[in-house]
Design a protein around this ligand. Structure first.
Ligand SMILES: Nc1ncnc2c1ncn2[C@@H]1O[C@H](COP(=O)(O)OP(=O)(O)OP(=O)(O)O)[C@@H](O)[C@H]1O
Ligand SMILES: CC(C)(CO)[C@@H](O)C(=O)[O-]
Ligand code: BAL
Length: 515
């Protein structure tokens, strides 16, 4: 049952009661109510992390200027409480304005002591247009932190300036709380959820989606190497010209931590917008982050990609994104469930929320350390039983889709090297370095034959091996999903006359030249 509390003494006494029960980890989600899925994501994260969650619901008069929408701001306490209840929130703190003012005699809190954030952080972005707003926010958030003394407080990245200011505030004032940032939740159109979206007409809602689209344009340009602020800002403005109902208040590119304007992006930049649709003011932003490089190694079977990739990863300090191990991990998971190996629909459901972690091993000749849903399976996924089933599982579209999506999430951070058939063409088309590693059919057959000889197999016909490899090449090049193809911008590396050490040295040289 969510407990609705309206006064500070009640709240304090409940909190001490919980603390006495060893519920030590308290999370606070400050809101102004009219809760939507954006808030919901903050609350869910808090509930996952903490023993006890307090959601505050308070439309703070201090952060509204006289011309703003304080009176009209949506208030729907009953509905908000139902949502809190459903999510498992312990306490909803919904004070009246008088309660938040120690003087107790005013609706506006005008006489209260203020917490004033540094001017350099408030004279940009929204602060330039909402005078006193961040002082109002900082004051009320400080009060909430002092009243509740949470271990963690959750804020949305949607209000990026607010988040940066609050991080600075707890640092400057030594408030012992961890500020947890949460990603922006959007409609399927891309529109960031906001309580103020309720004010929009249907047409305005449609046009408001252009705000995010314009940010995406800048992101694409940034991904192609554009780092100049003015160019990126102009791209956003250009795109928004197409949406005549969107009236830009500002588009700025600043440092995400100290909010100072950037001439160009060295490491990361916060690209933020405020715009009016009719009388509704909306904000949105994205962080443009230069990521670590990605190296993609593609090529036909038997070219020695995995040995080379593993060693290059070790030499360059990159994570070997062992895609084979990921497919093995999923195969292991399916084999350890009750599902039939060909039940694609059920397998798709089984892996929907699966988490796979790859960690570099301590030594180059050890396999990648693999966890699936926190269980270590490094050895378990490398048994002959898993080997026998992995290609059937990897051929399923849902498995492939899910794993490619995971690989691309890794790609957002970069610092990885991966090998396969379509890494440079499909998985990481933005990879900084793409190598297409190949060798003639005869040479690959000879290497394979030598490997088998070394394993004591002297019954293998070299001619037959060459034919098998040729057939496999044709099959791989003509697959409907993920065909083998050299990316246009890949560097071809023919390894017929090279030793493994020479191939590795060559790739490292290419990396150093390119990056
Ligand atoms: N779409 C969203 N995704 C993630 N967090 C969000 C989203 N919208 C709001 N939040 C976060 O929820 C917290 C409470 O915000 P608030 O109650 O002001 O909601 P809001 O929808 O942003 O309202 P407004 O319309 O006034 O901007 C803030 O930390 C805010 O950043
Ligand atoms: C943090 C906050 C609850 C302070 O009133 C408000 O600014 C908000 O909802 O983002
Ligand atoms: N920072 C979100 C609440 C507001 O706009 O006042």
């Amino acid at each position: 049952m969510v407990l609705l509390l309206k006064t500070i003494p009640e709240l304090r006494s409940q909190i001490s009661f919980y603390r006495a029960k060893e519920l030590r980890n308290i999370g606070l989600v400050p809101t102004m109510g009219a809760l939507h899925q954006g808030h919901q994501s903050l609350i869910k994260k808090a509930i996952a992390d903490c023993d006890l969650v307090v959601v505050s619901i308070f439309v703070n008069p201090l952060q509204f200027s006289p011309t703003e929408d304080l009176a009209d701001y949506p208030r729907q306490l009953e509905q908000d409480l139902q949502l809190c209840e459903k999510l498992g929130v312990a306490i909803a703190f919904a004070p009246d304005p008088q309660t938040m003012n120690s003087d107790g005699d005013t609706q506006t809190l005008t006489e209260i002591t203020r917490v004033i954030p540094p001017q350099t952080m408030t004279e940009v972005l929204c602060g330039r247009y909402r005078e006193g707003h961040f002082t109002g926010v900082a004051t009320i958030v400080t009060k909430l932190l002092n009243i509740i003394e949470p271990d963690r407080a959750y804020f949305g990245q949607k209000d990026a300036q607010q988040l940066a200011i609050i991080r600075r505030l707890v640092d400057d004032l030594n408030i012992p709380v961890e500020i947890v940032p949460c990603p922006i939740i959007r409609e399927s159109s891309g529109l960031a959820l906001s309580s103020r979206n309720q004010y929009l007409t249907e047409e305005e809602t449609e046009q408001a989606a252009n705000i995010y689209r314009s940010l995406q344009q800048a992101k694409t340009a940034f991904g192609r190497g554009e780092i100049n602020s003015q160019t990126l800002i102009n791209l956003v403005k250009q795109e928004l010209k197409l949406a005549e109902k969107v009236k830009i208040q500002y588009v700025e590119l600043v440092d995400p931590i100290n909010l100072q304007a950037l001439g160009q992006i060295e490491k990361s930049g916060l690209l933020a917008i405020a715009a009016y649709l009719g009388s509704t003011r909306l904000i949105d932003n994205i962080v443009l982050q230069k990521r670590q490089p990605i190296v993609a190694i593609d090529g036909p079977a038997g070219a020695g990609k995995s040995t080379v990739t593993r060693r290059v990863a070790h030499e360059l300090g990159l994570l070997y994104l062992d895609t084979g191990a990921m497919y093995r991990a999923v195969t292991w998971l399916v084999m350890n469930s009750d599902l039939a190996l060909d039940d694609e629909g059920a397998i798709a459901l089984l892996i929907k929320d699966v988490e796979i972690q790859l960690t570099s091993p301590n030594a180059v000749d050890l396999p990648t350390v693999v966890h699936i849903d926190d269980k270590e399976v490094t050895t378990a996924i490398r048994t002959p039983e898993v080997t026998a089933n992995v290609s059937a599982i990897a051929a399923q579209a849902a498995v492939r889709g899910k794993l490619v999506q995971m690989q691309q999430q890794w790609g957002e951070k970069g610092g990885i090297i991966a090998e396969g058939r379509d890494i440079g063409t499909n998985v990481f088309p933005n990879a900084e370095l793409k190598v297409f590693m190949t060798a003639s059919v005869e040479e690959r057959a000879r290497r394979r034959w030598q490997d088998l000889q070394n394993q004591g197999r002297d019954d293998i016909d070299l001619q037959q091996l060459a034919q098998d490899i040729q057939r496999r090449d044709e099959l791989d090049s003509n697959r409907a999903i993920a065909p083998l193809k050299k990316a246009d911008d890949a560097i071809e590396l023919i390894t017929d006359d090279l030793t493994i050490d020479e191939v590795i040295a060559k790739i490292i040289e290419l990396y150093q030249q390119t990056i």
